[in-house]
Design a protein around this ligand. Structure first.
Ligand code: ADP
Ligand code: MG
Length: 328
């Protein structure tokens, strides 16, 4: 049984208010027009959080979290979206496919429990269930690392190993997981190809800066060449103050440049760094934080194969001066 507490209305509304420079809405959640509809939408979104999302598509949904550029938030997204899915009651296997530089285990606080990896499973040194690390907080969340830190993959290890893994997870006695989420390494070399091979959908993480966008665009092309048509994007580290000051691209600009469906918009939040260092994923924080809520909403949309829209900022109403009272 899952029990999701309703979000505090004030926090929820301030979260959405903080996103107004790229005013967001989804048909199923909220549209911000006036303060009246604002409070109404807050209530609607609180109501939404008391139902379980309906899982769309066939299971297991194999989703690769990728970006091209490093340091944009792939691992953060994998950890937080993965745990949100588990909290929503779905069974999740998160795979850290970042070979030499794995850190998903650190973000999840599971680093001391990783004894075996996929390489040992493939070598016949252990069983698959021994390499899967079950989270003690959410038992329907499991982590699997591909290899030990700083180790090299054996010759011949590639996409086929992950395809075998997905097949093995499908037929395991505990049952097929609802989601298999793959944390992809940066770059577009062999590690990237290995990570995307078994996936049938992708989440492209990008920050609103030109270098990240160029890499994301290149990766989109490669994913499409590989036959992955369901690509959604998460725009991470968004700063509304910088967008207002025209120092940062708006989410609408990013969406127009990449032409992808929008899964979520994550604000820049110092809590992300704090939770990374504590090995305690943001979405488990109490009280919830802005970025944590945004990740939860992205997970919700992923389940329902829903998207959101970024639209132009409505100009703030001009302040009426003293003389305007006299028709001035
Ligand atoms: P990647 O896996 O793409 O290399 P990470 O998920 O490891 O990127 O994130 C890189 C760094 O950025 C981490 O230190 C993380 O804490 C930080 N970070 C990610 N998202 C945010 C955010 N929304 N706000 C603040 N810091 C963030
Ligand atoms: Mg990473």
């Amino acid at each position: 049984m899952i029990s999701l507490k309703p979000l505090p209305t004030n926090l929820n509304s301030s979260f959405f208010r903080s996103l107004t420079p790229f005013k967001l809405f989804t048909p199923k959640t909220q549209t911000l027009k006036s303060s009246k509809s604002h409070s109404h939408s807050a209530i609607k979104s609180v109501l939404q959080w008391n139902r379980k999302p309906e899982l769309a598509g066939e299971t297991p949904r194999v989703v690769v979290i990728t970006s091209g550029k490093g340091g944009v938030g792939k691992t953060t997204t994998t950890a937080n979206v993965g745990l949100s899915l588990a909290r929503l009651g779905f069974s999740v296997v998160a795979i850290d496919a970042d070979v030499g530089l794995r850190n998903l285990d650190l973000l999840l606080g599971l680093e001391n429990r990783v004894n075996y990896t996929l390489v040992e499973v493939m070598n016949g040194d252990c069983r698959l269930d021994q390499a899967l690390v079950r989270d003690k907080r959410w038992s329907n969340f499991e982590l699997l690392c591909i290899s030990k830190p700083r180790s090299k993959l054996p010759l011949g290890f590639g996409g086929k190993a992950l395809v075998w893994l997905v097949e093995a997870l499908k037929t395991r006695p505990e049952g097929c997981p609802d989601f298999i989420i793959i944390d992809c390494p940066a770059g577009i070399d062999a590690g990237f190809i290995t990570a995307i091979t078994p996936a049938n959908e992708a989440v492209l993480v990008s920050t609103p800066d030109i270098t990240s966008l160029r890499d994301a665009d290149r990766v989109t092309g490669l994913l499409e060449c590989d036959g992955i048509r369901d690509i959604k994007m998460v725009v991470n580290r968004v700063r509304t103050d910088m967008i207002k000051g025209e120092d940062m691209m708006s989410v609408l600009d990013v969406q127009e440049m990449l032409g992808l469906a929008l899964l979520g918009v994550i604000p820049e939040d110092s809590e992300v760094i704090r939770s990374t260092n504590r090995g305690y994923p943001l979405v488990l924080n109490k009280p919830p934080t802005l970025a944590g809520l945004a990740f939860e909403q992205a997970a919700w949309r992923l389940v329902e194969q829903d998207t959101m829209k970024a639209v132009m900022v409505e100009e703030e109403p001009k302040k009426r001066g003293f003389f305007s009272l006299f028709g001035g």
